[in-house]
Design a binder for this molecule. Structure first.
Ligand code: UDP
Length: 316
């Protein structure tokens, strides 16, 4: 099959390219490199079934040939990035999603939207189940991301209802692994970067807020299973192993350097207090659940970041 992937040079996009290529498919990737990096795809440069286009999916997209599947993965998923680029974030979730849906419609292709647990905002239901509608501040600093993804889900459902398009929606919870950018700002690369440099770990607030971290290989398997499924409503994909950010900091200290101190910094506005996916639906429909433990996943990620800290690559 021939797939189009937006955000192919990003963290999750590049792993999806690898996965689909190793399954024998052909992949055309598109990226504007606002947060993605060519380095993430350097190993595919000479691959006969892979092509990378530089392009912005918020503008009319011209790609040659037909597609069996369209995966809209392009996104500014880190709070640091969407605070810095709020308009681009809104655009890629809205116009970008529409443009990718149009390509899927013209090709009668499968469509996958990578949505987010941020659709639940600061959740009042715990763990978060897909039928919960969320608690999102529509005018807060995170709204550019949250609301664009909620719009993206809405327009994806509209294309399914109006045109019968075979759409799928993944609500991705915190994911980590190799190819996250060191300067990404999210907690996993931030703590690993700090620990490897011997700097204090910056815990925001008192560190009692919770997250649960899914290794990227597990996530990508779930995304591909979902793409080929008949489920049209959103499906949570993430690891239900919940911990406080302070516990996670301890984990990183044990894994990298137990002597690193912790520095407490102010909690950003609207930072969700608790987050943990209910993955009952994914287990039932996709026969999917994460397999990689935090220990194993962190080991692989630390190995990657050690190399990066030793010989940093440019962010583009
Ligand atoms: N966080 C932190 N220190 C950092 C970066 C993040 O304590 O250097 C916290 C952040 O406040 C949040 C959690 O870690 O509660 C996860 O943040 P991240 O930016 O990774 O993603 P989010 O889940 O908020 O989208």
């Amino acid at each position: 099959m021939r797939f189009l992937i937006s955000g192919a040079a990003g963290f999750i996009g590049s792993h999806l390219c690898d996965y689909l290529l190793s399954d024998g498919h052909t992949v055309v990737g598109i990226d504007n490199f606002i947060t993605g990096s060519r380095t993430n795809l350097a190993h595919l440069e000479a691959h006969p079934r892979f092509q990378l286009l530089e392009g912005d999916v918020t503008q009319p997209v011209r790609v040659d040939g037909s597609f069996d599947g369209v995966l809209h993965v392009a996104s500014l998923a880190s709070p640091r990035h969407y605070y810095a680029h709020p308009i681009e974030t809104l655009e890629v979730g809205s116009t970008g999603t529409r443009n990718m849906l149009e390509i899927a419609r013209k090709n009668n292709a499968l469509f996958l939207l990578t949505s987010t647990s941020e659709c639940y905002g600061d959740p009042e239901v715990h763990p978060q189940v897909e039928t919960y509608w969320g608690n999102v501040n529509p005018v807060g600093p995170r709204s550019c991301y949250d609301e664009s993804k909620r719009y993206a889900e809405a327009i994806t459902m509209a294309y399914h209802r109006k045109y019968g398009l075979r759409t799928t929606i993944a609500r991705i919870f915190n994911t980590y692994g190799p190819r996250m950018a060191l300067n990404d700002g999210r907690v996993v690369p931030a703590f690993l970067d700090q620990a490897l440099r011997g700097e204090p770990l910056t815990v925001y607030g008192d560190g009692s807020q919770t997250r649960s971290f899914c290794y990227v290989r597990d996530l990508v398997e779930g995304l591909v299973k979902l793409l080929f499924s008949d489920e049209r409503y959103p499906v949570n994909l993430g690891n239900p192993n919940e911990m406080t950010i302070l516990e996670f900091a301890e984990y990183v200290r044990r894994a990298v350097n137990p002597n690193i101190p912790i520095r407490f910094e102010p909690l950003p506005q609207d930072d969700p207090r608790r987050r943990r996916p209910d993955i009952t639906k994914a287990k039932r429909l996709l026969n999917w659940e994460p397999k990689v433990s935090l220990r194993e996943g962190l080991e692989e990620t630390v190995r990657y970041f050690r190399e990066l800290v030793r010989s940093p690559i440019p962010s583009r």
